[in-house]
Ligand binder design. Structure first.
Ligand code: ZN
Length: 197
């Protein structure tokens, strides 16, 4: 999943050798298949998970499903607030509340849309070693959990939007952000106001 605020700017940080895989985009039939269950928790799976994390960070995004790197398995990774969550064979066991916010997808680059999601979600899954794990999320984390879970069922976030839904180009969001920042700066700067007077 991607958000309009995700940014690759910032100070350089140490990064181990990276392996970034190409991201599959809208129209590729692999995005529409139901992911197969993982039965072997071996080096191949660990390599896939590591590559998915590198690919998600490079994009940048807050989550990615194996489908999006062309591997149709029940595997996704999410990174929100500095915490990486690896979910294998996930089951969405609980959802509650509702929240509508902007949402984007690395497989539908350059666009966002307002999408209603449950505000809180609980997923039961396995970790990279096959151990049972449980993830409880709210807000952005819950949104990413539901978005990635949908990918593993062969669904895209666009599917639930009505025919009238407005896909918003990323460039338009950036323009709106810059206009808001400029007016906030002018209003919050007494010297700027004094100069105008
Ligand atoms: Zn996506």
């Amino acid at each position: 999943m991607s958000t309009p605020t995700a940014s690759c700017d910032g100070p350089p940080v140490y990064s181990p050798p990276m392996s970034i895989r190409p991201i599959v985009t809208l129209g590729d039939p692999r995005l529409r298949r139901h992911g197969e269950r993982v039965r072997t928790f071996d080096k191949t799976l660990h390599r896939l998970l590591d590559d998915m994390i590198d690919t998600m960070r490079d994009a940048p995004g807050v989550g990615i499903a194996a489908h999006q790197v062309g591997v149709v398995l029940q595997v996704c990774v999410i990174e929100v607030e500095g915490h990486v969550h690896e979910l294998i064979n996930p089951r969405l066991v609980s959802r509650s509340g509702e929240e509508t916010d902007l949402e984007g997808c690395l497989s539908v680059p350059g666009f966002y849309a307002y999408r209603a999601r449950a505000e809180r979600a609980v997923i039961e899954a396995q970790d990279r070693h096959g151990r049972k794990t449980r993830l409880v999320g709210s807000g952005l984390l819950a949104r990413a959990m539901q978005h990635e879970y949908d990918h593993l069922q062969g669904e895209l976030y666009l599917d639930a939007l009505g025919p009238e839904a407005d896909l918003i180009p990323a460039a338009r969001l950036r323009e709106a952000d810059e206009a808001a920042a400029a007016s906030t700066a002018a209003a919050g700067d007494p010297e700027a106001l004094a100069a105008v007077e």
